[in-house]
Design a protein around this ligand. Sequence first.
Ligand SMILES: Nc1ncnc2c1ncn2[C@@H]1O[C@H](COP(=O)(O)OP(=O)(O)O)[C@@H](O)[C@H]1O
Ligand SMILES: [Mg+2]
Length: 281
Amino acid sequence: MLPINHFDTINKPLLTLLLLPYSLLKILLYEGGINLEVLFDLKNVRKVYRMGEEKIMALDDVSLTFEKGKIYCLLGTSGSGKSTLLNMLAGLEKPTSGTIIFKGQPLEKLSESQLALYRQKYVGFVFQSYNLLPTLSALENVTLPLIFRKIPKRKRIVAAKAMLKAVGLANRAKHKPMELSGGQQQRVSIARAFVNQPQVIFADEPTGNLDTKTTYEMMDLITGIARERNQTLVIVTHDTEISVYADRVISIRDGMVESITDNVNTVTDTEEKRSDIDEEN
Ligand SMILES: Nc1ncnc2c1ncn2[C@@H]1O[C@H](COP(=O)(O)OP(=O)(O)O)[C@@H](O)[C@H]1O
Ligand SMILES: [Mg+2]
């Protein structure tokens, strides 16, 4: 049996650490380089769609957290509920039950106009089909989120040009989407997603319309920028080849979280990935 005073025998500094209030512990760990800031906290989220008589359980009791500065992959087959989950995080849909807390604020309690402000201020989007405005140039498309935020014109142009340069398209600023390849259009949409310096970027099947080589280029680009700026990135995909770029892979099946896996050797560069594949063969 342990002696009554066995606490005396255990590591005192460890005990002190365990008894610290959580808020103080968080600051200490953060200062130590461990980033624990939770951006999204989902608790028992359900989404039921009604189609006439039929009920579709698109999300079934999902509880998850998303931390600042991490890259996440929502991995699952078509119809598993990935886009529904992403739309909830973006405040585009409300849960049937459960809560989605963003920095302490339950999103489902916000009005439509508050949600629009939330997206403008904190969120960037990358879509499978790029969603660029066809009549605007690449540069003008990238300035759009800055117009919504009422940034003065001169500043907008400087920021958009810098962002186009960062995605390797400085020499395509005046081109319309139709005058660009699919990969180039996706680069413009990546520039548009990041130009506001949002805290979180949502990418729903961002490489779904691209060939294999361009897919790797795009993944290098989007994860590279997010890592450099310590932004949170949530990528939706059905493709396990894409999931290797994430720090954490959340597998979704039939609206439920099937597994959560942390990648130990996250791919940060395609060359690295290719050499790994070569070694395996
Ligand atoms: N607006 C909607 N109305 C009715 N059912 C929907 C709607 N959106 C999605 N669903 C259904 O919810 C399930 C999950 O869809 P979704 O999240 O789009 O899957 P994924 O993105 O993983 O392919 C599917 O069965 C789909 O048919
Ligand atoms: Mg989808």
